[in-house]
Design a protein around this ligand. Structure first.
Ligand SMILES: Nc1nc2c(c(=O)[nH]1)N[C@H]1C(S)=C(S)[C@@H](COP(=O)(O)O)O[C@H]1N2
Ligand SMILES: [Mo]
Length: 199
């Protein structure tokens, strides 16, 4: 059978219209961590929404795993210029978690084991745009990629997808996270190439 370039391109995820400016496709899955991979026992793991909320709320690992989940495909874009199309993940929508409390806050700091933080407008975690994921490609999320669980916010550069995430701190006033303090863009829209502050 003749295999056309277009066929191969689609099979390998090579769809140029899905590649933001300045990005290239990668077949492997690079690991980018600002420090060592933390290890945490699932028995002592929890996920918390705190800060400017009606009442703080937490889930144990078992409780999180019992929440309605979804498996979905997403394109991910790292500020170091690699992108991967159609990556598949399983996890809980942040919307589902936010239903457990109330807030009038506009901003969020995601915080993690190991101390990493990243800031986002709350609106970017709502409306089916963000998940706490615990499976990648049908398997438990590997520790180096953020396991047991990471935030996944695929419409923003991948540094916003906090690995080893342990919770969301809601804030009335925006505060820069780890990379945002070191000069990365505060918002990080790959389609507008918002890599560094001033872009
Ligand atoms: N906790 C934590 N989350 C993190 C990081 C980190 O260093 N620590 N790096 C960020 C950056 S810069 C990127 S590009 C992605 C990399 O995810 P990966 O290692 O699974 O490719 O994770 C993001 N989330
Ligand atoms: Mo990154």
């Amino acid at each position: 059978m003749a295999v056309t370039r277009g066929f191969l391109g689609r099979r390998s995820g090579g769809d140029a219209s899905r590649l933001p400016p300045g990005q290239h496709l990668t077949a492997d899955f690079p690991v980018l961590s600002a420090g060592p991979t933390p290890s945490v026992r699932l028995e002592s793991w929890d996920f918390t929404i705190r800060g400017a909320v009606g009442k703080p709320v937490s889930w144990t690992w078992e409780e999180l795993r019992a929440l309605p989940s979804e498996t979905f495909a997403a394109d991910i874009h790292c500020v170091t210029k690699w992108s991967k199309l159609d990556t598949t993940w399983t996890g809980v929508r942040v919307d589902t978690l936010l239903e457990a409390t109330s807030t009038a806050a506009g901003y969020v700091t995601a915080y993690c084991d190991g101390g990493y933080t990243t800031n986002l407008p709350l609106a970017d975690l709502q409306g089916g745009q963000a998940w706490v994921v615990y499976e990648y490609a049908g398997r438990p999320l590997a520790p180096e990629h953020g396991g047991p669980a990471r935030l996944l916010v695929p419409h923003l550069y991948f540094w916003k997808s906090a690995k080893w995430v342990r919770g969301l701190e809601l804030r009335d006033v925006d505060e820069p996270g780890f990379w945002e303090m070191y000069g990365y863009h505060n918002y990080g829209d790959p389609w507008r190439e918002q890599r560094y502050s001033g872009d």
